[in-house]
Design a protein around this ligand. Structure first.
Ligand code: HEC
Ligand code: HEC
Ligand code: HEC
Length: 420
């Protein structure tokens, strides 16, 4: 059965290859460029300020630092000698041209469902649409046993090859599901990881899929069902990095900047529709039932300004000017903290991170202004950040657990270690 499928797939690939030879390269290059954005290849394969796709970005993994490689068409430093089949195997199976295995810092377990048509366009784009860069990227040099690339074959056997995965034809593929599961590789951050660092589920056959994860100590929210968000709220967030509930932060900033803002409206709607269609998991809701009344009480306390707690006082002195007394901010400019998703995460680390380091929304064609939240790491002590975060999580309609000085110290230490 499996062999027959493989054989059929190979024949289709051949047929496609032949007909595509006549196709207009320019159109294919454009399509491939769009798909490369959908797959956010640049996120890992381009250094900040470096040549596009020339690699060399250090990716921290539990095994050690893995450097992304040069995927420009340079024949020596890059992938210029890759055939289309070799390219397909690298992207979908994590096997390099020399037959060695790639580390799963390259999200091939997600990409394995990319259709042959899309692989073809990507290949044409990387070979003909990308400028070759002759500089070799820094080589990965892990310690034993992780330097043994053959070990990855066992990893793949155990985790990556989803034996129940049925490739579906593009025709019956729901576009949103396809973009989320494969090119978008949303699960690589939004699905929890297991003991082997593998994503616990690679598609929606399991309700662990997209049920939220953690990335360098930063909580990554669940995307299942997106309770409280409409399709428009989701597409606004992906296209502009902001909506009525949230402004983008952490690793998601790059996803919006390099990838999602470039997607067409129908594709964004397909993604949002697909996320809405997934049954939501059990959720803790830290928004009060009587949020309106509670909000009024907090507003009254803050405006009277008497006997304010340490956290309330810090809020009035440092935050109120932008996020306002009612914590609702200004639509599309200053995100709401009252009922805001980031504030109400079970794990307070994103909130602490943002207070310490600040955040910036990307500039996108639909929302060009860059909104900046200043960082307070030099102005506030760990105790002050804890008091402030505790107030923000419990004031107005919010009802999330308090933050301790120790929580803040951990985040600050992690940030300092990263900056070294
Ligand atoms: C999350 C980070 C990440 C993303 C996103 C990513 N890659 Fe990679 N990729 C890597 C890393 C890291 C390596 C090198 C892994 C290794 O050395 O084992 C790699 C290796 C490769 C290779 C093998 C090249 C060689 O040196 O032989 C190819 C081809 C490739 N990536 C193509 C792509 C394409 C096409 C996309 C977008 C569809 C993409 N990558 C997106 C991290 C990423
Ligand atoms: C000068 C205006 C300004 C001040 C002062 C300010 N913020 Fe912000 N804040 C912003 C902007 C703009 C954003 C959106 C940036 C982003 O998240 O990319 C933001 C984002 C946030 C977020 C993330 C919300 C989300 O949905 O992603 C939190 C939490 C936050 N601010 C808390 C605070 C706290 C607490 C203070 C006081 C210590 C504060 N801010 C002071 C402007 C400000
Ligand atoms: C590199 C890691 C990464 C990838 C890949 C990624 N995300 Fe995210 N995403 C995050 C993080 C981190 C946050 C939390 C942002 C914050 O704290 O402000 C987030 C937040 C979000 C949110 C806001 C949810 C909420 O309740 O506030 C949406 C919607 C979202 N991502 C959609 C997607 C989609 C769709 C994809 C795939 C196309 C995707 N993400 C891929 C890391 C990632």
């Amino acid at each position: 059965m499996k062999t027959t499928l493989r054989y059929l797939a190979a024949m289709t690939l051949l047929a496609l290859g032949q007909s595509a030879a006549h196709a207009d390269d320019a159109a294919l290059i454009k399509q491939g460029e769009y798909l490369a954005r959908a797959g956010d290849c640049t996120a890992c394969h381009t250094l900040k300020g470096g040549e596009e796709f020339a690699g060399g970005l250090a990716i921290h993994s539990p095994m050690g630092i893995i450097y992304s490689t040069n995927i420009t068409p340079d024949p020596e430093a890059g992938i210029g000698q890759y055939s289309e089949q070799e390219f397909a195997d690298a992207v979908r199976k994590g096997v390099r041209r020399d037959g060695k295995h790639l580390y799963p810092a390259m999200p091939y377990p997600d990409y394995r469902g990319i259709t042959d048509n899309d692989i073809h366009a990507l290949y044409v784009y990387f070979m003909k649409g990308v400028k070759p860069v002759a500089a070799k990227a820094t080589a990965t040099d892990l310690m034993f046993p992780f330097n043994q690339r053959w070990g990855m074959a066992f990893w793949n056997f155990a985790f990556a090859e989803d034996k129940d995965y049925h490739p579906v034809t593009p025709a019956d593929l729901d576009r949103g599901k396809y973009l989320v599961e494969t090119l978008g590789h949303c699960g690589s951050c939004h699905t929890p990881r297991g003991i082997g660092m593998q994503e616990k589920a690679l598609n929606d056959s399991s309700d662990t899929y997209l049920s939220g994860g953690e990335l360098n100590g930063w909580p990554v929210p669940a995307l299942r069902g997106m309770p409280g968000w409409s399709v428009k709220d989701i597409t606004d967030y992906l296209a502009t990095g902001r909506n009525d509930f949230a402004a983008v932060g952490g690793e998601m900033t790059g996803v919006v900047e390099h990838s999602m803002q470039h997607m067409s409206d129908p594709d964004l709607q397909a993604i949002a529709g697909y996320l809405k269609s997934l049954p939501a998991g059990p959720q803790v809701n830290y928004h009060r039932q009587d949020a309106d009344k509670a909000t009024q009480q907090t507003v009254d306390t803050l405006t009277q300004g008497q006997n304010l707690s340490a956290g309330q006082l810090l809020y009035m002195n440092n935050c109120e000017a932008c996020h306002w007394t009612d914590g609702k901010g200004a639509k599309g400019i200053f995100p709401r903290l009252n009922g805001g998703d980031v504030v109400l995460e079970e794990n307070p680390n994103a909130l602490i991170n943002i207070i310490l380091q600040g955040a910036e929304t990307p500039s996108t064609p639909k929302a060009p202004s860059v909104l900046t939240m200043p960082g307070f790491s030099h102005r506030l002590s760990n105790k002050q950040v804890a008091d402030l975060a505790t107030f923000v999580r419990s004031g107005w309609g919010n009802n999330a657990p308090p933050v301790t000085e120790k929580d803040v110290r951990k985040v600050r230490e992690a940030q300092e270690a990263e900056q070294k």
